[in-house]
Design a binder for this molecule. Sequence first.
Ligand code: FBP
Length: 252
Amino acid sequence: MVFIEEVGQMVNFRTKGIFLAYDHGLEHGPTDFNDRNVSPEYIFDVAEKAGVDALILLKGAARRYYNKKSKIPLVIKLNGKTELYKGEPFSTQNTSVSEAVKYGASAVGYTIYFGSRYEKFMIREFGKIEEEAHAVGLPVIMWSYPRGEAVKDDEAPDIVAYAARAAFELGADIVKLKYPNDESKLNWIVKAADKTKVFLAGGKKLDDENIEGHVKKAVEAGFSGVAVGRNIWQSDDPVKRLKSLKEIINGK
Ligand code: FBP
């Protein structure tokens, strides 16, 4: 549950758990996919069998595949970019909060590449989205990814903590962060985020032991969950993987 000050009410959206991300078709292209997971139907099937806490889509898949009667809450990612673009990172809005509501969204997401030459545009766009979303009672999730020429090490704990704090300062309800390269600072990262709930981003596919190890350490440090894509739907048994991560997050 999230309390949204702007509408003065609790909103029924879980801020703890496991979110399945499937926006890679734009971000990376179909190179991430195989014959099975290239289809959104397969992803819906996995999400339903494992009972994820939210499914993250872009508007194209949401509009064509999301059934508003589904038990799985939908998060619409409002901005994105392709990997074909090679300049300073810049992700722009491609749909609005009101469109997301039409597709059945229970929350919206937005990426900011802090440190990029274009961060000012993303910060401004996020500010507008945050106000629009909260005004209609939708929680806001920030993909807080420091990146660009000025950012030498995006996994350095001080940089990840900065990304966490920036999300809090800009009003995000949940922030999605990369795993830092010094695990002893996980707790500080959670503290830096204050009331913003911290979720771990998955990254490239790891073996079972590694992904579970990361999630265990993050949860022990106070992370509220994971928002993960490739580590699930690229696995041979995505439902099993999701269930074991759920057990770690929610406790057995
Ligand atoms: P993964 O778990 O597959 O890393 O997905 C998380 C995510 O944030 C996706 O939502 C997004 O498409 C992707 O990572 C972007 O990854 P990057 O910008 O690091 O290539």
